[in-house]
Design a protein around this ligand. Structure first.
Ligand code: CP
Ligand code: NVA
Length: 304
């Protein structure tokens, strides 16, 4: 198996690598003591151009649990690329730290960071992808259902970064994924093509639809905000377009779906009702907890 050297996008991984990462994450979750020195003497930069609760805290605490040290940087000292170029940022950070975890507006910034830094770069969310979230989501589904190739997940909402990483992750693992979005809000054509190519090899079934009824019979329904960070659409118009895609108790019952998933933060009363989010069917907090274990598996793999 080839070694993990960065994580900008899940398509960098093959099924064997992704499967091994999920197994490692489970082992770290079950036996954290075995990994408490895994990052000893290592420092990781956490670079955030956008707000975060889960990603920031799960990386910070996770690195600490592995015996490493993290340095948090946000835009308080000015936007990246203003005081000095993204390339200078990357090359300088690589002088002192062992890896860069970055949440950025543009995937291109991650590529520039990775090219200029001699150290691994991990995508902590960009406009196109959220691979760490998808890793935690797959881990959660694996805990619930075991064999991912037997799982049918339905994503309902905006064809955004979270959806696009799920598409790649599901395709790699041979999982069935139905993506339901309003017309004009489907996933990026390039990402779709990539996911379809991977799905053809793995046997995954990737279905696109504009009708919530297409999610019927799925094991779990996943949704995310209708308006991602950095999106400039009119909120009132978005609410009008997306309202028929809200996940509420009536929808869960009508479609006979057992589990609900959300990457959080949730906009209660918009993409999901509190009744569903807080119900026993919701895996949202398990997903949130698994962010740390999945990311720690990535960090351990990078440095083992
Ligand atoms: N799910 C997620 O990435 O949450 P944050 O934006 O709070 O990091
Ligand atoms: N799609 C959302 C995910 C937040 C974790 C966003 O990009 O804002």
């Amino acid at each position: 198996m080839s070694k993990l050297t960065q994580l900008l996008c899940l398509a960098e991984l093959d099924q064997q690598q992704l499967s091994a990462l999920l197994d490692l994450a489970l082992d770290i979750k079950q036996s954290p003591n075995n990994y408490r020195h895994a990052l000893q003497g290592r420092s990781i930069a956490l670079l955030f151009e956008k707000p975060s609760l889960r990603t920031r805290v799960s990386f910070d605490v996770g690195i600490h649990k592995l015996g490493g040290h993290s340095v948090y940087l946000d835009l308080q000292n000015g936007a990246m690329g203003e005081r000095e170029s993204v390339e200078d940022f990357g090359s300088n950070l690589a002088c002192w730290t062992d890896a860069i975890v970055a949440r950025v507006y543009s995937q291109k910034t991650l590529v520039r960071l990775a090219l200029s830094s001699k150290k691994p770069v991990i995508n902590a969310l960009s406009d196109i992808y959220h691979p760490c979230q998808a890793l935690a989501d797959l881990l959660t589904l694996k805990e619930q259902y075991g064999d991912l190739s037997q799982v049918h997940l339905a994503y309902v909402g905006d064809g955004n970064n979270v959806c696009q990483s799920l598409m790649l992750g599901a395709a790699i693992m041979g999982m069935d994924l139905t993506v339901v979005t309003p017309q004009g809000f489907g996933p990026d054509a390039h990402v779709l093509l990539k996911a379809q190519e991977i799905a053809q090899r793995s046997g995954a079934k990737l279905t696109l639809s504009q009708h919530v009824s297409s999610a019927a019979g799925a094991d779990a329904i996943y949704t995310d905000t209708w308006l991602s960070m950095g999106t400039r659409s009119d909120p009132a118009l978005i609410t009008e377009i997306f309202s028929p895609y809200q996940i509420n108790t009536a929808v869960m019952q009508r479609l006979a779906v057992k589990h609900f998933m959300h990457c959080l933060p949730a906009h209660r009363g918009h993409e999901v009702t509190s009744e569903v989010l807080d119900s026993e069917h919701s895996l949202a907090l398990q997903q949130a907890e698994n962010r740390m274990h999945a990311q720690n598996a990535v960090l351990v793999s990078l440095f083992s």
